[in-house]
Write a protein of this length. Structure first.
Length: 255
């Protein structure tokens, strides 16, 4: 059930290490250590690990927000740090908090990424309305963030990510601040939309249950970020096999 590297990877990390501070000094901190990882187009990858294991550092390198100390990071064949501007509209991020602009309505928040891509106003409005409706927010287009529940605000955030039609979605524990019932509904909707629209997604989580619900592949990390367990499964994977996977993940995390 392991996932081998593929030559047409949407995301490719080879020998990637990240050290904060001056290497070789007492204050240096190695967050990622010689990581090799390939993510296929259309795959939903859950990066799972304890707090401080390097998940967010990997996330930031894929997003082009920081560069590796050594090794290679490529997203759709390009360096996301060196070629950051070239990824406008090609990669979207959903954060732990919704990061909505409080002075903009729901629909205006969804339009934000489209404005940055210079999409004409009428097309922006049509696209934003489409995604708000898909995410169950029809009728709330003109509501401002303060009038929306936490779950509704995160739906707006997800609509904003999908509206740009980015091929790659990066999600940093986007449902962790929500109650479990709301989070479960949003997880199911998110997975459905990713699959229906043939997106590639990387989803950071520290919850085994969430990883099992979200991913068709789970990579468990140990500190400093190296792969301790890598497993793939699909809708045909039976309950017994899933329980074995869950048990193995638990063993790895507790080691």
């Amino acid at each position: 059930m392991s996932d081998a590297a593929t030559p047409d990877s949407a995301i490719h990390l080879e020998g990637v290490s990240k050290v904060f501070g001056r290497a070789g000094t007492e204050t240096a901190y190695r967050a990622v250590d010689g990581l090799n990882l390939d993510v296929r187009p259309g795959q939903m990858l859950a990066l799972l690990g304890k707090t401080g294991c390097g998940k967010s550092t990997i996330f930031n390198m894929i997003a082009g927000l920081t560069e590796p100390s050594s090794g290679t990071v490529r997203v759709q064949g390009r360096d996301p740090f060196a070629d950051f501007d070239s990824f406008r509209g090609k990669m979207a991020i959903v954060f732990q908090d919704d990061r909505l602009l409080p002075w903009r309505s729901a629909i205006a928040n969804v339009e934000l990424g489209l404005e940055m891509l210079d999409i004409p106003a009428a097309e922006r409005r049509t696209t934003a309305q489409l995604w708000l409706t898909k995410l169950g927010l029809g009728g709330h287009e003109n509501d401002f963030p303060h009038a929306l529940s936490g779950g509704m605000r995160q739906r707006v955030s997800i609509a904003r990510a999908f509206a740009t039609n980015a091929n790659i979605l990066l999600c940093d524990e986007p449902f962790s601040a929500l109650d479990e019932s709301t989070a479960a509904r949003l997880r199911a909707e998110f997975v459905r939309l990713v699959k229906e629209n043939n997106k590639t997604a990387v989803f950071i989580t520290h919850s085994i249950s969430e990883a099992m619900e979200i991913g068709d592949r789970i990579v468990v990390l140990k500190r400093p970020a190296t792969i301790a367990y890598d497993v793939s499964f699909d809708g045909d994977t039976g309950r017994a096999d899933r329980e074995l996977i869950r048990s193995r993940i638990g063993e790895v995390l507790s080691a």
